[in-house]
Structures are given as structure tokens and as C-alpha cells.
Design a protein around this ligand. Structure first.
Ligand code: HEM
Length: 151
């Protein structure tokens, strides 16, 4: 068996693969009656920002922290959205479809990536219950997710 790359970032195919993943995912979201209204203020930059976030989480360059406000900005983006469990589950479902389509055919890799999305969407749901002006304090560095889950 050939050796696995050190990071999930390398294993998925880097930023270009994450851009394709994000793009395909949002095609699904914007066509979905349950999620489209949640993303009423969606713009194309969202696709790129999500790809950059995922790149950092999966062990690539720390660009979200350096350029886009880091962990706190990511959490803040979800404040006030009041995400329901049904919406969270649909988000994960549509991401699974995008993962099947865009990421390498590697069960271990896809499994770890989906574990992250299951974990991360629960945090997004919990944070989204707070008001838009909530003080989140210092949430710590951007989480990193590898072959063994949360690093
Ligand atoms: C692992 C889970 C998640 C990740 C990595 C993630 C990532 C992101 C990122 C990076 C942004 C900022 C986008 C920007 O700056 O343009 C964002 C905003 C947002 N997210 Fe999430 N998100 C997650 C879960 C969710 C869930 C479960 C929902 C709703 C069902 C959601 C709804 C939104 C909305 C509505 C925005 C603001 C949209 C906008 O700026 O137009 N997110 N998310």
C-alpha cells in the first residue's frame, strides 16, 4: 500500500479540490428548499472563504487565520442564524454528496472529512442560537483535523 500524505489537505488534493468541493456543495445548498433561505445573503466569495477555512482545518496553509479573521470570525459568521437540527442534517447530507463527487475515492479519507463536518456543523448550530452581537471571547486557534480526527 502506498503511504498516505501527512495531512488531509494534501490527501484531498489541496486548495483546488476544496474549491471544487465548496462550489458543488453550494450548488446543492442554493437549490435546496430547506437551506436556500438560510443562505439568503450568499455571495460567491463565500465559496472561496469556505475552501480557505477547510484548507487550514485539514492541515494546509493557515490562510483563514492570517487573512480572514480566524476562528472567531468563522464562529461570528454563524451568530443569529438559529440553525435547526433538520437544517444541520441537510447541510451534512449535501456535503456528503459533494464529497462523493469531488474528493478522491478513498473511504478512510472521505470518512475523516465527513467526521469533521459532523463535528463542525454541531458547533455552527450551537453558536447560531446566540444573538448576532454575542461576545464569543477568545475561542482559541482554528481547529486542525487529521487522520485521527481533532488534533
Ligand atoms: C463544518 C461546518 C461549517 C463550516 C466549515 C462553515 C463555514 C463557513 C464559513 C467559512 C463562513 C464565512 C463565509 C464568508 O466569510 O463569506 C460561513 C458562513 C455562513 N454559514 Fe457556515 N459553515 C458550517 C456550517 C454551517 C451550517 C450547518 C449552516 C446552516 C445550516 C451554515 C450557514 C452559514 C451561513 C448562512 C453563513 C453566512 C452566509 C453569508 O455570509 O452569506 N454554516 N460558514
Amino acid at each position: 500500500m502506498s503511504e498516505r500524505p501527512e495531512t488531509l489537505y494534501e490527501a484531498v488534493g489541496g486548495i483546488d479540490a476544496l474549491r471544487r468541493l465548496s462550489n458543488t456543495f453550494y450548488d446543492g445548498v442554493l437549490a435546496d428548499p430547506l437551506l436556500a433561505p438560510v443562505f439568503a445573503d450568499f455571495t460567491r466569495t463565500h465559496i472561496e472563504h469556505v475552501a480557505v477555512w477547510l484548507g487550514e482545518v485539514f492541515g494546509g496553509p493557515a490562510r483563514f487565520t492570517a487573512e480572514l479573521g480566524g476562528h472567531q470570525a468563522l464562529l461570528r459568521a454563524h451568530l443569529g442564524l438559529s440553525i435547526t437540527e433538520e437544517q444541520r442534517a441537510r447541510w451534512v447530507e449535501l456535503m456528503a454528496v459533494a464529497v462523493e463527487k469531488e474528493l478522491p475515492d478513498d473511504e478512510l479519507l472521505r470518512g475523516q472529512v465527513m467526521e469533521y463536518f459532523d463535528w463542525g456543523t454541531k458547533i455552527a448550530r450551537d453558536v447560531s442560537a446566540g444573538p448576532v452581537d454575542e461576545d464569543l471571547g477568545e475561542p482559541g486557534p482554528t481547529p486542525r483535523w487529521g487522520w485521527d480526527g481533532l488534533a
